[in-house]
Ligand binder design. Sequence first.
Ligand code: NAP
Length: 496
Amino acid sequence: MAGKGVFKDMIDGEVYKYYADGEWKRSASGGTVSILNPSTRKPQYKVQACTQDEVNKIFDSAKAAQKLWAKTPLWKRAEALHRAAAILKENKVAIAEALVKEVAKPQKDAVTEVVRSGDLISYTAEEGIRILSEGKFLVSDSFPGNDRNKLCMSSKIPLGVVLAIPPFNYPVNLAVSKIGPALIAGNALVLKPPTQGAVSCLHMVHCFHLAGFPKGLISAVTGKGSEIGDFLTMHPMVNCISFTGGDTGIAIARKASMIPLQMELGGKDACIVLEDADLDLAASNIVKGGYSYSGQRCTAVKVVLAFESIADMLVAKVNAKIAKLTVGPPEEDSDITPVVSESSANFIEGLVKDAREKGAKFHQEWKRDGNLIWPVLIDHVRPDMRIAWEEPFGPVLPVIRIKTVEEGIHHCNANNFGLQGCVFTKDINKAIMIADAMETGTVQINSAPARGPDHFPFQGIRDSGIGSQGITNSINMMTKIKSTVINLPGASYQMG
Ligand code: NAP
């Protein structure tokens, strides 16, 4: 049960504490932030509203802990991460319970998120050992005009203190995708959990606490992003920001100082379906890609671009699968569960209303009960409708009918987002040429967009992000190169 058993130290009455200096603490602010259960729309948990003074102390401790951690042998850092991964997996049920209650994640998916996160941490420990133990050795006479008298040794060193800010939809997985690489590389880590998802994140942090990391190396600051976010992201002691979320990331990038940024932002992933596609395969992937976790995934299929000649057949197959989706509470493992908040549900409804008023065709009846939205496929969408371009983050999916491949590629590339895309065809030559033409970080051929496996490179272009992640890329991003050059004496030097 969340907050019980090994997790009992984290809670004070009914308020979850924040984590600093290796301890669970109450904030001097006396203020709390309420987390609503998306299903009941009633308060489920409370977390501390941390003060700026507490943030300053956290950064001081992080800096001090990081200096020692950077000198801790790599194999010991990896061992500690393996311990945290094991403890996380042992406690998957309690952490999953929090995910169900605060972000309405279907029960089974919640457990999967925790297990996947444990695997990610272990893989990161192993990958860190491989890539951080290697450096580069250069000799000067390979560059014109130089003698063989300079030997350059380069290796990777930590950046210092990494600030990690994950979003609500995968609060545990997207937090550990930042924590693991930061720690294995010798950095300290300050986590600002999303408000919806904070309690799941705090449970995950407690697993790192139980694994015995040095005091101050990891901390978790709670509070509303709108209140404490600027103070954190513009703090002079932050040496790197790894952020996942929506447009907030663009604002952070504009304000941040001269530090490395990893930004994983929104997406409008297009699914292009050609005339020769396996339509059953395409339909299964469209439903899985578009409606899993009620469409609240950055890599969800967010617009289908189908050739006119096959569109009716494809839409019929997709509709048949939508009819089989179960709609209800996350505790019952329903396929479609309530979206995260009332404002999110209102936004989705606004997009649907706009499409309806402009003449789109609906195959399912529009139905909403609180934050629960029944899945709809919106057909005959045209470029003048908002849903053609905006990210709904809900179980509503537009279909645009296209006459040429160029039309599909144009729609994909005209979007501000450029996260992923996919193409369905049996012609591998066409698939590769279309993949080349789609201006997105990744293109999947004959499968829905997806972030995993977690060691694959993952990146967005334009408003979808800065930099590339995936385990290896994140470790590299959270390090810098340090060179030492040995200068040998000139040719006149007497060796004997
Ligand atoms: P969000 O509203 O941008 O929030 C993300 C995080 O930023 C939360 O922890 C939030 O804290 C924090 N935050 C808010 N204001 C801040 C500020 N001024 N300074 C610093 N931090 C601040 O995004 P979301 O609604 O949680 O997540 C959905 C979005 O994430 C979608 O657009 C989705 O596509 C994107 N996403 C992208 C990826 C990817 O890998 N590309 C993966 C998953 C999700 P509070 O909760 O306290 O406000």
